[in-house]
Design a binder for this molecule. Sequence first.
Ligand SMILES: *[C@@H]1O[C@H](CO)[C@@H](O)[C@H](O)[C@H]1NC(C)=O
Ligand SMILES: *[C@@H]1O[C@H](CO)[C@@H](O)[C@H](O)[C@H]1NC(C)=O
Length: 231
Amino acid sequence: RGPRRGSPAAPPRVRRDAAARLAAEQEVENLSGLSPNPEKDIFVVRENRTTCLMAEFAAKFIVPYDVWASNYVDEGHNTSRGPEASWRLSRIQFTYDTSERTYFKDAVSPGKHTASSHRLSALVTPAGRSYECQAQQTISLVSSDHQKSVQLLLSEVRLQPFDIPADFVFSEEHKCPVDQREQLEETLPLILGLILGLVIVVTLGIYHIHHKLTASQVQIPRDRSQYKHMG
Ligand SMILES: *[C@@H]1O[C@H](CO)[C@@H](O)[C@H](O)[C@H]1NC(C)=O
Ligand SMILES: *[C@@H]1O[C@H](CO)[C@@H](O)[C@H](O)[C@H]1NC(C)=O
């Protein structure tokens, strides 16, 4: 869909009223300053004074765009708004402006673009649980700028909409498969180490018992033979 020019004044006003009403009911608290990691975002969304979403994540966008000149730059990074979450993350929209020269240098026809997810089904988590994933995952968005593919890199994610037991308290976590595998890889050497230690102890024990038994078995006949000789 191309940009619409000269649209009537009524639709924007309606949209603004809706936004104002939404703002009255919904409150977004930005607690990102609490994290020691400057890349991490922490947001709490409240509706009618009830916390309905808690989200922690580090987000990075990789945005391809067309440039002038020969020193080709194909990446722009930006950290921005949190995902609009239903409990399965089904939609992400990211707006960016290639005329912002801090992120985009020498852009051809600079302007605002929107990158959206297409048939997204991410962070799928059982109801009443929080989603946790330390590992990085990539979500592809399609941009209004010539259908370019924008990559969203998410890491250190902890997210929970609804069923929140208390403010700033997440329910039991549901870990993403990558984190589960990493946890196994961390505990496996420990388990193997314990088993090896146990095998060594058992081996030493058996050796010790065997040594004692053979020593006493050998000694008895020798004593007897000595008796025989004496006799
Ligand atoms: C949230 O707060 C952090 C640091 O306090 C700030 O850098 C960031 O721009 C804020 N984000 C939004 C969307 O307001
Ligand atoms: C919040 O209050 C508004 C109006 O009072 C109501 O329409 C809305 O459903 C309420 N939302 C929740 C999550 O209770």
